[in-house]
Design a protein around this ligand. Structure first.
Ligand SMILES: Cc1ncc(COP(=O)(O)O)c(C=O)c1O
Length: 461
């Protein structure tokens, strides 16, 4: 344990030293982006780079947390100073911050071609999911469908409901990892949500857009179609691993295909910590269908005819992270300036595909994430550790996954181990390795990763 700490500290110290050295010598370079348009825009924007990651540190874990580019950090710093220099005005009247975030909500709404009252700013995905799952007026006779791969941002509020009201939770299991990487999106959605009596008429379908465990994306268009076919009232989506990675403005992954969608600003968007967005399709939703659980505006609904917007009721909840929300808009501007969400998605998915092909070409059995159907693809690639010399030898235990992660970190590459339940081992988690390829990563870094992971996997026998 002490040794682990020492190693991590050494790695950090070295990284900080190298970073300082490169900054002093002026050698900080722009990432080599795969898309020519993105690369051109990136290098033209001399004022915004992801500089806090040292040049020799290959950070492949945006699925846990992104890294703010310097324009976002500068903006955040300036916002904090502005706030501290005139606190009351900042809270009450400052036009830059705007009370109750009307301006921020308006700007985010425009991204998705919706209205301000469809958008509430939150601290993170978990907060958004809680606002929805505690806000909807579930009864003991209701049933909610979810899967065996959901994050605790979904399972925790569902467990609370089960305990409080006894409502029915219908867990659906994903196909086992060995089948998943060859399936199409239609096959996966049919497998998860067959047209059975049990699922028909469920109150809610509560799923993730992109799964942190397997990297699988469930296209919103297929989910919407399924929810309608099964007459499910609400499609509630956890978008923690999608916003900032996938274009949510139109097409098969349009946020408007969901009824509620919660996502963060701090992961793939590379915005400040403690920022997130909740989308509510029905801007007129109100009690008794939906209660503003975390709010200072419940009294607005004391009259039956109240049309007070629910998104605003949820927004007014005491002092929020306004400097952070303001800088989240800067992170959005930044993505738009370098090509927009479609170009960002392409860059991220192209890099992920390179990782998938590399792993698959050497050990087809180890790859968990889908490889063939692009509509299932994301920037997360998950695979089990395997022996490089004997690629059919796969490891699914926690210890081996942690050993590989640690060995990579010692070489300045950050990925993570991820545990999940599989159909074949429902009660015992199996562990894979998860690689996140983000906007600030480039093809050269992936080549280095391939070389080092080969060395590390060669030590497994
Ligand atoms: C699918 C999913 N949901 C929710 C979360 C929690 O995100 P947040 O920190 O934004 O609440 C995560 C974090 O990894 C996640 O992967």
């Amino acid at each position: 344990m002490t040794k682990q700490k020492t190693n991590d500290q050494n790695t950090l110290d070295r990284r900080n030293f190298l970073k300082r050295a490169t900054v002093v010598s002026g050698l900080v370079s722009a990432p080599l982006l795969s898309s020519p348009l993105l690369a051109q825009n990136y290098s033209n924007r001399k004022t915004c780079k992801t500089m806090e990651l040292a040049d020799d540190f290959i950070y492949l874990n945006s699925g846990t947390e992104g890294s703010m580019p310097d324009c976002v950090i500068d903006d955040f710093n300036n916002n904090l100073k502005r706030w501290a220099s005139n606190p009351t005005a900042s809270y009450e009247t400052d036009r830059h911050f705007r009370k109750h975030q009307h301006y921020h909500r308006e700007k985010i709404a425009r991204l998705f071609s919706v209205e301000k009252d469809n958008i509430c700013l939150t601290d993170n995905t978990t907060m958004g999911m809680y606002m929805v799952l505690m806000g909807l007026n579930f009864k003991s006779t209701d049933s909610i469908i979810y899967t065996n791969q959901e994050h605790t941002a979904i399972t925790s509020p569902l467990a609370m409901h089960k305990e409080k009201t006894g409502l029915k939770l219908l867990q659906r299991d994903f196909p086992t990892a060995s089948k998943l990487n060859r399936m199409t999106s239609h096959e996966v959605v049919e497998y998860l949500l067959p047209n059975t009596k049990e699922l028909r008429g469920a109150t809610a379908l509560c799923v993730s857009h992109v799964y942190p465990s397997t990297g699988i994306r469930l296209p919103l268009k297929l989910l919407r179609k399924k929810a309608d076919q099964l007459s499910i009232k609400y499609l509630i989506v956890d978008g923690a691993q999608a916003f900032g990675m996938i274009d949510l403005s139109e097409g098969d992954d349009d946020i408007k295909l969901s009824d509620f969608y919660a996502c963060p600003g701090h992961k793939w968007l590379n915005g400040p910590p403690g920022t997130g967005i909740l989308f509510l399709k029905n801007k007129s939703i109100k009690p008794p269908e939906f209660y503003p659980t975390l709010s200072q505006r419940m009294e607005k609904y004391s009259s039956k005819n109240s049309d007070f917007p629910m998104a605003e009721a949820l927004q007014v909840r005491g002092c929020s992270n306004v400097p952070g929300f303001t800088s989240m808009l800067t992170a959005i501007d930044y993505q738009n300036n370098i090509g927009g969400s479609k170009a960002v998605e392409k860059h991220i998915i192209d890099l992920a595909q390179t990782v998938k092909e590399f792993i698959y070409s050497h050990s087809p059995l180890s790859l968990v994430s889908p490889r063939l159907d692009k509509s299932l693809a994301s920037g997360l690639t998950v695979f089990f550790p395997f022996s490089w010399e004997n690629p059919n030898k796969i490891f699914t235990d926690k210890n081996t996954a942690n050993i590989v992660v640690k060995a990579l970190l010692e070489k300045n590459i950050q990925i993570r181990a991820i545990g999940f339940n599989d159909e074949v081992s429902p009660n015992k988690k199996i562990y894979g390795l998860r690689v996140s390829t983000a906007i600030f990563n480039n093809a050269q870094q992936i080549k280095q990763f391939q070389q080092i992971i080969k060395e590390v996997l060669s030590t497994l026998s």
